[in-house]
Design a protein around this ligand. Structure first.
Ligand code: LLP
Length: 419
């Protein structure tokens, strides 16, 4: 459930009519709803009520906006980060260092050092090489870095291939068959407090079965590691829970997910970490855009050309992803259209042959479910600048990220004097 609804024929974010934001801030603009973020945080937390000892670490990559992070920090969430930049954001939003988990296959030496400097709660190590490097860096400080070993369970998450992470051929984690040996090697290093394992098999999962299969493999591994004499106190179960992008999609609810987790992990006796991203932020945001013009006369349906483009919302171009597209002031008339942006490639298509509200030049519309992996994946392709972000709270709103104009990006460039 979200808080983007029609009131008197006008789409609102909570109590703010979207045309007001469009007039004040301009389009395109990402609009987030605080009440929706809080609701999703609460529902996720309640789904895990029967898991006693846990950390919910928001996957910052899904929406790193500082105001969004602040909302989640106030909800008691920590952060799952994958870069020094995300780590600094989580800290800037007030997240406690011990509630920050650092994932990612390519943490640089500087990033490992940063994590140690900031005393973060956990490093998820993705290779023996990374574990050895971290052990040396922490050992040189006379410290033992708290860490989990990320394993690759070779499970098909049944999601888009580009966001599947737990198959043997994916770059993530240590293959299960090598996990015991790798754990033994790294657990013996002075600079590491290797205390558990981590797993994350993919994103936008619409079925619990692959997750349960992966978790069962983790459970077996925990048992084996304990039998080999290791002390296992922590397991990180990653994120991945899907959201409905269109009518008819019914991802498992957080309650169903929580029940499965509670059942599978009942006897583990460990502290569990969760790294949800999309399920918290996805439906808490829309991309508000204005129709530039409607171009007719081609072979197929008319082109509804909007002022947002693939540089602002990359998911349709990258993954063929579906985002519902609705008029802000629907007339009740419908049309079939190709919804496209102004960028000079055919990939800049949000939807083809889409049944949608009838629109004319100047009308406002939204792409829904744009709160996760939206603004954060933007680029300045075609020298279009970066879209601003707005957070709504009841009947008030604030611009929580300024528009970065193409001119400002150009200001950071230099023509050398030898040219
Ligand atoms: N933990 C780890 C280690 C991850 O790699 C990810 C996502 C998450 C947690 C959060 O997963 P979530 O709960 O959001 O599914 N750009 C793609 C999604 C990439 C996800 C990458 N990893 C998209 O727009 O669909």
């Amino acid at each position: 459930m979200d808080h983007f609804e029609l009131k008197n024929g006008v789409l609102h974010a909570e109590d703010v009519p979207l045309p007001r934001i469009a007039d004040d801030v301009g389009t395109p603009v990402y609009v987030y709803s605080r009440a929706t973020l809080e609701r999703h945080a609460r529902v996720f937390r309640e789904g895990l009520d029967s898991v006693p000892d846990k950390l919910i670490a928001f996957a910052v990559k899904s929406n790193p906006n500082l105001a969004v992070l602040k909302v989640l920090q106030r909800e008691g969430f920590g952060a799952d980060v994958v870069s020094g930049g995300e780590l600094m954001r989580a800290l800037a939003a007030g997240m406690a260092p011990e509630m920050i988990v650092f994932s990612g296959v390519g943490k640089t030496r500087a990033e490992l050092e940063l994590g140690l400097d900031k005393n973060i709660g956990q490093f998820n190590i993705e290779s023996r090489e990374e574990g050895r490097e971290l052990a040396i860096l922490a050992g040189a400080r006379g410290e033992r870095a708290p860490a989990c070993l990320r394993i690759n369970p070779d499970v098909d998450a049944k999601t888009h291939e580009k966001i599947s992470t737990g198959k043997a051929e994916n770059k993530f984690g240590i293959p299960l068959v090598h996990a015991r040996e790798a754990f033994a090697e790294l657990a013996a290093l002075d600079g590491l407090n290797l205390r558990g394992v981590a797993v994350h098999i993919g994103s936008q999962l619409l079925d619990l079965e692959p997750l349960e299969t992966a978790f069962a493999k983790v459970g077996q591994l925990v048992e084996d590691l304990r039998a080999a004499g290791h002390t296992i106190t922590h397991v990180d179960l990653g994120g991945g829970l899907g959201v409905p992008y269109k009518a008819g999609e019914h991802p498992p609810s957080p309650a169903e997910y929580g029940a499965m987790v509670a059942r599978v992990t009942r006897d583990w006796g460990v502290h569990l970490t969760f790294e949800p991203g999309r399920v918290i932020a996805g439906n808490a945001g829309v991309l508000l855009t204005r129709v530039v013009r409607v171009k007719r006369g081609g072979n197929g349906p008319p082109f509804v050309i909007v002022d947002a483009a693939m540089n602002d919302l990359a998911r349709p171009a990258l993954y063929g992803a579906w985002h519902d597209f609705d008029a802000v002031q629907p007339s009740g008339e419908r049309m079939t259209a190709n919804i496209v942006g102004p960028i000079c490639e055919t990939g800049d298509t949000f939807a083809s042959d889409r049944d949608c509200d009838a629109l004319v030049a100047g009308d406002l519309a939204v792409f829904r479910t744009a709160g996760a992996y939206g603004a954060t994946m933007a680029s300045s392709y075609n020298s279009r600048g970066f879209v601003p972000e707005v957070l709504v709270d009841g009947d008030r709103y604030a611009v929580v990220a300024d528009r970065i104009a193409a001119a400002a990006i150009m200001d950071a460039e230099r023509v050398p004097d030898w040219l």
